[in-house]
Ligand binder design. Structure first.
Ligand code: SAM
Ligand code: SF4
Length: 330
């Protein structure tokens, strides 16, 4: 039986940011010079992360997503994934990656039974990819895509839609779904760019993205969303793949939110827009017992904000949403 929060939402899904470091510099996520990386000792060790997963699995958390930063810049990621996969109660491990270093690991990911991979790729055009990520790595990302398709790991492409940066990529991305069994997910840009720049309005919100696709693909039709999905799903006649649209800025999905997050430095977030509600790392390092940690986790679960707007409003006024997504994991 899962634990239900104070808004009667089951908590079944943990997103684990295994590092805050990254080999790209996506402008919507990090400033050009990168963010100030945390000293190594401030990052949770794999042993500490594994301990936390062993504590939450009996509480009904059975799904994990490994994210970051870029998970594959952390050494020894694969043995860590194997240890997580062996934890009783964990039945689905998913991964989000930028794909730069991922291709060589894809056969091992398949062998481990990784359920799906979200591959971030905001443009199929080399110049635009470079402009967005500030690195010339599109070829390696596409190699990862090929490798994932080859071993048939279910793959979703994450595309953050940004005015004047990649809006011309929306239709080519949709076109990929004609012959490939992919889900292409268009994500509203959120204000987590590590610089504190806040958009006044969002030029490409989910409604505009859907209208734009429908104008070119009139057969675009709404299909059922899986329970707890953050995306609205659509199909196009004759296309093998499907389309997802994530209203991450508009926050339309909070009512069914079943997820919690652990940042790379070991802070528990019960909402993407909160500023961290429990410093698990410090409690662990001060010698808290498993029972004490479980009690603290349960308390945090029973005190979740109703939605991302409430969480944002509760933030310290001196600490508006501005941190880099690389520490939170998306
Ligand atoms: N480095 C990996 C990657 O890029 O896939 C995993 C971490 S990244 C923070 C996870 C996801 O968050 C990516 O798909 C990325 O595009 C998305 N993301 C980062 N900053 C964002 C922002 N400001 N608004 C919307 N999505 C963002
Ligand atoms: Fe790195 Fe992912 Fe952030 Fe891009 S979105 S800078 S790949 S952590």
């Amino acid at each position: 039986m899962p634990i239900y929060d104070n808004h009667n939402r089951p908590i079944t899904y943990l997103r684990l940011a295994v590092t805050d470091r990254c080999n790209l510099r996506c402008f919507y996520c990090m400033p050009e010079n990168g963010v100030q990386y945390l000293p190594k000792k401030e990052i949770l060790s794999f042993e500490e992360m594994e301990r936390l997963v062993r504590l939450v699995a009996p509480l009904g958390i059975h799904k994990l997503r490994i994210t970051g930063g870029e998970p594959f810049v952390r050494k020894e990621l694969m043995p860590f994934l194997a240890r997580l996969a062996a934890i009783p109660g964990i039945d689905a491990i998913h991964l989000t990656t930028n794909g730069v270093l991922t291709a060589p690991h894809v056969p091992a990911l398949k062998a481990l039974g990784i359920r799906s991979v979200n591959l971030s790729i905001d443009s199929l055009d080399e110049a635009r990819f470079f402009e967005i990520t500030r690195r010339n790595e599109l070829k390696r990302v596409l190699k990862t895509l090929d490798a994932l398709l080859e071993v048939q790991i279910p793959t979703k492409l994450n595309v953050v839609v940004m005015a004047d940066k990649n809006d011309q990529d929306i239709l080519p991305m949709v076109a990929l779904t004609k012959d490939l069994p992919l889900e292409v997910r268009f994500i509203e840009e959120m204000p987590f760019n590590g610089e504190g720049q806040k958009q006044a309005a969002l030029p490409w919100d989910y409604q505009r993205i859907i209208a734009h696709i429908r104008a070119h693909y009139p057969s675009l039709q709404k299909i059922a969303d899986e329970p707890f999905s953050t995306a609205y799903h659509y199909a196009i006649d004759g296309h093998q793949g499907k389309i997802g649209v994530i209203a991450a800025f508009s926050r339309t999905f909070c009512g069914t939110c079943n997820r919690i997050r652990l940042t790379a430095q070991g802070t528990l977030e019960t909402c993407l827009y909160d500023e961290g509600v429990l410093n698990i790392r410090d409690w662990m390092r001060q010698g808290a017992s498993d029972e004490q940690l479980t009690e603290m986790l349960l308390k945090a679960f029973s005190n979740r904000p109703k939605d991302g707007f409430e969480a944002e409003a509760k933030r310290d006024l001196l600490n508006p949403v501005h941190e880099s997504m690389s520490a939170i994991g998306g």
